[in-house]
Design a protein around this ligand. Structure first.
Ligand SMILES: [Zn+2]
Length: 148
C-alpha cells in the first residue's frame, strides 16, 4: 500500500517493497508540491472514470498534466496510475522521465475515499491560488503549465 504524508510544502507518497530476488526492502517516495497535489485532486474524478473504462475492458490512454513536468498517466496496457515526471527533449518533444510513482487502481480508489479528510490536514491547500486563476495568465510563459 502507499502512504501519504502531508507537510506545508509537499505531499510525500511512499511505498516500501521487498525487491524480488533480494532480501532487501526498498522505499520509493516522491514529493508532490501542494499545487500539483491540488490539481491532482481536481482531476481525480476524471481519472476514476477512466479507471472504470479500463476495468470495463475498453482502450484508454490517459496523460493529464498537473503542473511543472508532472503528469498522471495510465493506459489499458499499463493499468496503474502513475505520477510521472516528464521532460522536454532537445527535439522539443515531451518525454516520460525515469522518476515516477505508481498507484494500483485499488490504492487510487482508497485514496479517493480518504482524500478530503487527508487534505483537511493541509490548511494551506485552500489558500493556494492556481496559476491559471491569475489574470493575464499565459500558458506558454507559465513555469507550471509549460514543461521546460
Ligand atoms: Zn500556468
Amino acid at each position: 500500500m502507499a502512504v501519504y504524508s502531508p507537510s506545508s510544502t509537499v505531499v510525500t507518497v511512499m511505498r516500501t517493497e521487498l525487491i524480488k530476488g533480494f532480501q532487501q526492502l526498498k522505499t520509493k517516495r516522491m514529493n508532490i508540491p501542494l499545487r500539483r497535489w491540488k490539481e491532482f485532486g481536481r482531476k481525480l474524478d476524471y481519472i476514476l472514470e477512466e479507471v472504470q473504462n479500463i476495468q470495463d475492458g475498453n482502450e484508454s490512454v490517459v496523460q493529464q498534466h498537473i503542473g511543472g513536468g508532472l503528469y498522471l498517466t495510465m493506459s489499458s496496457t499499463h493499468p496503474f496510475m502513475q505520477f510521472r515526471q516528464f521532460y522536454r527533449s532537445k527535439e522539443g518533444d515531451l518525454r516520460p522521465g525515469s522518476r515516477g510513482f505508481r498507484l494500483t487502481f485499488e490504492e487510487l480508489s482508497e485514496l479517493n475515499v480518504h482524500l478530503s479528510a487527508f487534505n483537511k490536514l493541509i490548511p494551506k491547500l485552500n489558500t493556494i491560488r492556481m496559476c491559471y486563476e491569475n489574470p493575464g495568465h499565459n500558458e506558454l510563459r507559465c513555469m507550471e503549465c509549460y514543461v521546460k
